[in-house]
Design a protein around this ligand. Sequence first.
Ligand code: SF4
Length: 247
Amino acid sequence: MKQSKIEWTEATWNPSIGCDKISAGCKHCYAEVMAKRLQAMKSPDYENAFKFKIIPDRLETPLRVKKPTKFFVNSMSDLFHEEMPFEFLDKVFETIRKSPRHTYQILTKREKVLESYFQNRTVPDNVWLGVTVEIKSKKNRIDVLRDVDAKIRFLSVEPLLESLGKIDLTDIHWVIVGGESGHGARPMKPEWAIDIQEQCDEQDVSFFFKQWGAWGEDGQRRSKKANGRFLLGKEWNEEPSFEIAFA
Ligand code: SF4
């Protein structure tokens, strides 16, 4: 287990690593940068940098953690990568079922694989299932997610690259919005983020504003830390509403 700096989780668990870019949001993939760095440091498992691979040795890691923990599953990969064997995924979900004290946040950009995997399987109650929607043309991922019977469904709107327009948030419990950081980061306009916050408010969905990223609310480039996490003069740290989700 690794403690995480990601604002909306507590720890990361990576039973697989590596990935391939499939979406506009992947352009400056943080996991790829990290994987190359780890390869240069000769870190175990990263001999092929960002090439997808499963790591069976890590399958039971969360079982050894006694304290109830919120895990982001696969900060270094996409759990529903096309090369992920379903038999291995079954083992990942077996660990999840065996540890109901933990919460597992799973996020994917591969809605087709997600749909196919859960066609004849159920989602454990301690899973929060999410899709990334960084541009308008990927809103179809929300419809696929909605059809999967998960207790908590969420959207990661990060990096937000354009206005998403009207979003149907029916049966979605949580939306995370954030701008891009790092080299070559693309700016997020305040009106795009505010529009999503307002739609969450109207549709009674929890809203989390993660960060501005490299470009501030005023359109100026500076450090991620200096740009901060304020939107409309406050921090938004809402979490999914269980009363609604478990009703
Ligand atoms: S899906 Fe995620 S991990 Fe994979 S390349 Fe895109 S951003 Fe990186």
